[in-house]
Design a protein around this ligand. Structure first.
Ligand SMILES: [Zn+2]
Length: 224
């Protein structure tokens, strides 16, 4: 066990404040937000929201949550399939169409597969009497999508895998949850993911909401 190794309990020594504000390219930001790179309307929306000027090629990682919020509010991410483009306006709720990074991030076609996968997960949890799921990692958009699909049917704790997280917080979450999803392959720092170990923790390394739900469903079925 690595108890006490997180630094939180030790008050002696120099203040170990680690700045997490890395700079990333806007292409990387777009990819993290599930968007195809370089879309002028999105770049302009970020400038309009006071987050970053269009001309700047890079952005501070700290601004990612604010950028994600703007994207979620202003845009619907849609893949290039004709069917999805056609259906987008009725689902958009006034949002503009932006090009999704890929079909997995399309809010039209992936939205439906995500929804059935999450519904199945909720059922599988019910069948074994689980009510609490802690999700560690995932992109802000994916976490948001997942939460809105779960829609309060089970209790969720969503842990931002890019922020500092103490061993004590992790232990509280481990105790609280029926299952913990360690969402590798996403925005999950090693320092955060390694705090979560034990029989309740399910490790998997696929990015999509659908894969998260599937991994949890399998885990519930195995527990029967
Ligand atoms: Zn699509």
């Amino acid at each position: 066990m690595r108890t006490g190794a997180t630094g939180g309990a030790r008050r002696t020594g120099a203040l170990r404040w680690r700045s997490l504000s890395r700079t990333i390219s806007k292409d990387e930001l777009f990819s993290r937000l599930g968007l195809a790179p370089g879309q002028p309307v999105v770049l302009q929306a970020l400038e309009d929201a006071g987050i970053s000027r269009v001309a700047k090629p890079n952005i501070s990682e700290e601004k990612q949550p604010a950028a994600a919020a703007v994207v979620a509010e202003r845009f619907i991410r849609v893949c290039t399939r004709g069917d999805c483009r056609k259906r987008a306006p009725e689902l958009a709720g006034g949002r503009e169409v932006a090009q999704a990074l890929d079909a997995a991030h399309c809010e039209v076609c992936s939205g439906s597969t995500n929804k059935s996968a999450v519904d199945e997960m909720v059922e599988a949890f019910r069948a074994v009497g689980w009510r609490r799921l802690c999700v560690v990692g995932g992109s802000p958009n994916a976490r948001q999508d997942f939460e809105s699909l779960v829609a309060g049917r089970i209790e969720l704790r969503m842990v931002d895998g890019t922020l500092n997280h103490s061993g004590a917080q992790a232990r509280t979450n481990l105790e609280w949850a029926d299952r913990v999803a360690n969402w590798g392959g996403t925005q999950l720092n090693h320092k955060v993911s390694t705090l979560y170990t034990g029989p309740k923790v399910i490790q998997f390394a696929r990015r999509s909401v659908q894969e998260l739900a599937k991994a949890m469903t399998e885990s519930a079925r195995r527990a029967k």
